[in-house]
Design a binder for this molecule. Structure first.
Ligand SMILES: C[S@@+](CC[C@H](N)C(=O)[O-])C[C@H]1O[C@@H](n2cnc3c(N)ncnc32)[C@H](O)[C@@H]1O
Length: 347
């Protein structure tokens, strides 16, 4: 039995199977797009990872848990900074790609297939638990964050990266404009309710979720990330491999023909050229909410603790670490703090 067969067998266990608990099962869809995601999105998303890791106070030697790690956009930068990384994801294909990246660089990263709603780790195991564009799309965000809190040590931190206001996400508005060239009435993904992908788009909601999970010193900051695309084809590839939802919209919802997809790609190319206006690449900006909170020293493992008790403990002391870290200093210049109407909120 190969390693992947073994992991698939483990996931057949109903206790670890989201569908068995009545939640949508997206594992096959993420497995399918994993190689494309790894090629197009993972390198881009490593840029913002450094900023969040720096703000969360990552240090060499720390035990870091990456929840919904994909192929390593957060794990690899953490490991490069000397953290001992445990990367979990529901998709074994993503984790194989992550392991390949880690091996190539000789980095300290362990991978395990796991549902992020039910972490298979003891309480108080990690110094820092992070999730970049992962927990934001889980059906039960609150439970996933509580699990992250449970497995970090008292004084440890939780870090969440989630897309902000979807009306300011330019990769989305470019896609919508391109699709409108064949479906003029299309005005984007459903708004009511919005897709799970945008459930943490409101920085206040993210702040509330972190506080409700028992974290203290909660800070949410909205940064503007810029992704660069030299051609429309490059942006098209980046989009269709970014999330299974894109193909669900293009195929299942809009039923675009191959000819129509061709027109959409041509329009995207025109839009990218216009934005680049003679420069090498078009820069598209996206707000990203970065939320961080600290586990109170002496906090009872949240899965075993009532909400009221957690609120009571949340009033206790937390830790605050300094901000000038190697990750922060190495953060790319293509990030703007609080730009484009970005917000900063604290609790
Ligand atoms: C947009 S990707 C983010 C990957 C990576 N963190 C990054 O920043 O590029 C979302 C990832 O969440 C994973 N995922 C979704 N639901 C999950 C769940 N319930 N448990 C574990 N992983 C999950 C998917 O398999 C996918 O790899």
């Amino acid at each position: 039995m190969t390693r992947i067969d073994g992991l698939r067998a483990a996931l057949a266990d109903p206790r670890r199977n989201p569908a068995a608990r009545g939640e949508p099962d997206t594992r096959a869809a993420w497995d399918q797009i994993a190689p494309g995601y790894d090629r197009t999105n993972t390198p881009t998303q490593m840029r913002i990872a450094g900023e969040g890791l720096g703000n969360a106070g990552i240090r060499s030697g720390m035990r870091f848990l990456d929840v919904a790690a994909g192929s390593g956009a957060l794990s690899i930068p953490a490991a490069r900074l000397g953290a001992r990384v445990m990367a979990i994801d529901q998709s074994p294909v993503m984790l194989e790609l992550l392991a390949t990246r880690a091996r190539k660089e000789g980095l300290n990263v362990e991978t395990r297939v796991m549902d992020g709603h039910a972490l298979q780790f003891d309480d108080d195991t990690f110094d820092l638990a992070g999730s970049q564009f992962g927990v934001m799309l889980f059906p039960d965000v609150s439970r996933a964050i509580r699990e992250m809190v449970r497995v970090i040590k008292p004084g440890g931190r939780v870090l969440i990266h989630a897309y902000g206001d979807r009306h300011k996400i330019e990769f989305l508005s470019f896609l919508v404009a391109a699709v409108q060239s064949v479906r003029p009435d299309f005005d984007g993904p459903p708004a009511d309710p919005p897709p799970l992908e945008f459930q943490l788009a409101d920085p206040d909601r993210l702040r509330r979720e972190l506080s409700a999970a028992g974290l203290k010193d909660v800070k949410v900051e909205t940064l503007t990330e810029t992704t660069e695309h030299e051609t429309g084809e490059d942006l098209w590839e980046w989009l269709v491999w970014s999330n299974p939802i894109v193909e669900r919209i293009l195929r299942a919802m809009l039923n675009l023909t191959d000819d129509e997809r061709g027109v959409v790609r041509q329009t995207l190319d025109k839009l990218v050229r216009e934005r680049a206006s003679g420069t090498r690449a078009a820069g598209l900006t996206n707000p990203v909410n970065i939320g961080i909170g600290a586990k109170v020293t002496g906090l009872i493992a949240s899965s075993r603790c009532s909400a009221a008790a957690q609120q009571a403990f949340a009033g206790n002391e937390g830790t605050a670490r300094d901000q000038d870290t190697p990750a922060r200093r190495a953060a790319p210049s293509r990030l703007k703090r609080g730009a484009s109407g970005g917000t900063r909120s604290e609790a």
